[in-house]
Design a protein around this ligand. Structure first.
Ligand code: C5P
Length: 245
């Protein structure tokens, strides 16, 4: 089994991120670069990661008018990103502009949009203050459906939402953050799940940051997680999932 781990390289320095990525490359599925590296060292870091030979997920969380999003996505496609995040709440035209722009930039290379539905930092009460009534789960499902119909390849969702998203948008690739192996502290994450639980419930990719990057030996930490996903109960649970693919 190839590793479903996307390591979140949430570090200030590009050199440090690339050194760590090179160390982890043989045992993980790919890398995630977020706003900290994009706003500091800059988007040049994407190319350096791409050259390691694993898919690179650019977590830029774009949200703007379609023309601007198209042009930004094209640049990220040119840099070699495999995935790019866009807020689904930016609407259908923005989602389509993002996937078209990314594909143009990728020039025939494989690349796709991952839609952000409702940030896991928002509660139902926070959403109500923005005028959205109903639960975060319902809103996530609504936005996932919209994303699936307008060019997104996948969706970022919490483990809690995996089931409902599989129901309303079964073709979407499901990428899950907020992962903590047993014994690792939750830090600022509120709704955490173990890698085994996320994978057993149908996540395609697990975004894992600090549980690996802050481990005494990051490579060993990733290997232990990979190993945990091959257990009988996880393999059985996945075989029971009702999947379209
Ligand atoms: O260190 P940790 O494993 O908590 O890192 C999780 C990564 O996933 C971070 O880069 C964070 O920004 C990202 N993320 C998240 N929750 C979301 C979307 C992205 O934790 N809903």
């Amino acid at each position: 089994m190839s590793s479903p781990i996307l390591v979140a390289l949430d570090l200030e320095s590009a050199e440090e991120a690339i050194r760590l990525a090179a160390q982890l490359e043989p045992v993980v599925g790919g890398f995630k670069i977020g706003l900290e590296l994009l706003m500091g060292p800059g988007p040049g870091t994407i190319g350096a990661l791409v050259r390691l030979g694993k898919p690179v997920f650019v977590d830029a969380k774009l949200h703007d008018i379609p023309n601007t999003v198209r042009r930004a996505s094209r640049q990220i496609g040119r840099a070699g990103a495999r995935w790019l995040t866009v807020h689904a709440s930016g609407g259908a035209d923005q989602l389509e502009a993002a996937s078209e722009g990314l594909a143009e930039g990728a020039g025939g290379g494989q690349a796709g949009i991952l839609a952000v539905t409702v940030l896991t930092s928002l509660t139902d009460a926070d959403l109500a203050k923005t005028g959205i009534t109903g639960t975060a789960g319902k809103q996530s499902a609504r936005l996932a459906k919209l994303a699936a119909g307008h060019g997104a390849e996948g969706v970022i969702c919490s483990v809690k939402e995996l089931g409902v998203i599989a129901e309303v948008a079964p073709a979407l690739v499901r990428v899950t953050p907020g992962i903590r192996p047993v014994g690792v502290g939750a830090d600022d994450q509120k709704r955490v799940a173990t890698p085994e639980d996320a994978y057993a419930r149908g996540a395609d990719w697990l975004v894992i940051g600090r549980a690996i990057t802050r481990a005494d030996d990051p490579r060993v930490a990733a290997e232990v997680i990979n190993e945990s996903l091959t257990g009988d109960s996880v393999v059985y649970a996945r075989s029971q999932l009702n999947r379209e693919d």
